[in-house]
Design a protein around this ligand. Sequence first.
Ligand code: ZN
Ligand code: MN
Length: 461
Amino acid sequence: MRFHPTIGLEVHVELKTVSKMFCSCPVGEWDEPNVAVCPVCMGHPGTLPVPNRRAVLFAVALGLALKGRIARTSHFYRKNYFYPDLPKGYQITQYSVPIVQDARLLGVQIERINLEEETAKSLHTETGHVLLDFNRAGVPLLEIVSAPEIRSSQQAKEYLVALQSVVRFLGISDAHMEKGQLRVDVNVSLSPDSQILGNKVEVKNLNSFKAVADAIEYEIKRQRTILERGERVIQETRMWNGKGTEPMRTKETASDYRFFPDPDLPPLVLTDSLIEEAKGLLVELPWERQFRYEEEGVPSHLAKVLAYDPELTRIYEDVMEIDPKLMADLILNVILGKFSKLSKSLSDFDWKGFKVFVKTFKEGNFTREYLKEGIDRHLAEGVSFERLLKEAPQMEEIDVEPFLRELIVSKPQEVKKFAKGQRGVVGFFVGQVMRKYRGKVDPRKVRELTERLLEEAVENT
Ligand code: ZN
Ligand code: MN
């Protein structure tokens, strides 16, 4: 029997504001617990929340970037539940009218984006105690809820990668999953009928994109086995333990939370000037940038890597004018691959010198071999590009034609292949010439000559 998986994603993103959502405590990373706290974010009775304008601005910016409907008036609600990391006994969030509705990301509908507050961080000790750190309590959060429209783990991953990239480019979150700045819960259900949703299972505790994909795959298999036995899938919350999912608790429904409008907070009304300001935060979106790079001749998979990472984009934009395709290849295939081996990062590399070095190569001043060798030496030995330019072997005016002619005559089979349109043959001959005159001749000129001589050879047969 065939089952249709339906996946929904609920993503929490911590906003990179200066202060917290409802108080003036600073947002940041702290070595000491409970140093960025005040009576408001500690949930003391009698304190009053005041919304953070910048958090509102960030929510609107994301809503606009994802073509959502911005609510000019939205409301804060209390979501009531008891847990030690929530001393007020409720979390301030949005419910009836969220700040953003009906947005889209890679063709997937985003039903709502709620502006809410982060809880404290609980640390479970080996002695069985729970320690609470309120530095995180009250940090602004966006809760981004997709419609159940995702069909595979791969699609879920693409959605998340795109979302992470968008919030980073907007500058509203660093969205590091390992730091908990972007957290994902997935809902998975399986049904024999694509029009009817099966019982959904929520999986929490996913702290990497791989865990998200693995948990989805695991749930699809687990639920299929249950359904194939003719049993029902229990609607529940499960957690990911690294290998599989295990039950956590039966799923709450909205009524368990006793949502009601927070009487301490008036409706959130957006002014024209705030919306204009949010428009000012909009930037080129990663998939738009990827398309632009592809138009410049960069292969799709490389264009995507460059276009989705803010730091790579900044570096690439600065050097791409030299040759978009070559630069993409050098950065991703030649340089970045070696960074991890040498435990170096993007900032350890002399990108300015690199740009001049490649430009000089493009002008035909040295060979491609020396280009790669130079980059390697800069990476491994720290040789400056300035010195590499000075030491570049001058290309000699060697006449490779006699050697090439002889070679072509000695390989009639290759010439036949070329006659049949197999262009790869050119590379074979160029390779032979380059091996013989290693680093001393210009491969572009050799290629031109090879093509000409091959065509000549075909005409003469
Ligand atoms: Zn505070
Ligand atoms: Mn939430």
